[in-house]
Design a protein around this ligand. Sequence first.
Ligand SMILES: Cc1cc2nc3c(=O)[nH]c(=O)nc-3n(C[C@H](O)[C@H](O)[C@H](O)COP(=O)(O)O)c2cc1C
Length: 205
Amino acid sequence: MQHFNLEDIENMSNLYRLNLINSVTGYKSAHLIGTVSPEGYENLAVFSSVVHLGSNPALIGIILRPTTVPRHTHSNMKSTGIFTLNAIHKNQIKQAHHTSAKYPETISEFDKTTLEVEKRKNFNAPFVKNAPIQLACKYLSEYHIKENDTRLLVGSIQDFYIADPMLLEDGWVQLDKGGVVTINGLDGYAVPKLKERFPYARPKQ
Ligand SMILES: Cc1cc2nc3c(=O)[nH]c(=O)nc-3n(C[C@H](O)[C@H](O)[C@H](O)COP(=O)(O)O)c2cc1C
């Protein structure tokens, strides 16, 4: 096994450290976040840090990089109060990855990729057509993380849409039935396959 200590980490080239630290903590969720500016410009960006915060109320968290450069997803969700979370399908990975390119605010990533907008009633932020899971979310608040100038954005789930075969009788969503991908590091996309599901674990008698 290879071993790295803190000094090794500090002395690594930026690229090596970025690759190593982003991938060593495991597979990440893969989402496209859809927003619209108050002026009506639609925006789409890939995020790997969407986490479950709680189910009642249904809350999600997103880690946002430092706002030392314009962050359109963030400014749009703050000013409009809404955003969409779209799971990435295995056939969408190349286009999804391209949404991380830095386009000006007035250019929509929907126009620079083959990903298509899907509009839904009473919700102004764009969904991604053919995304296996689409969540309509409300922006609630954010917490600054002083250690690295990032932010934890907190959102609540308002509505959601799931492709039929994925939703099982007890409410559990079988992601592999919808071709949902996961992210390895910052540039690798993988397709997980369910191995087994277990009953609620209780202490052994
Ligand atoms: C695989 C991948 C995952 C990413 N995850 C995040 C993330 O969790 N948080 C973040 O702030 N940026 C993340 N980014 C960077 C954004 O996609 C990128 O900054 C994008 O330009 C943001 O667009 P916006 O300014 O339109 O919001 C990720 C990029 C890639 C390629």
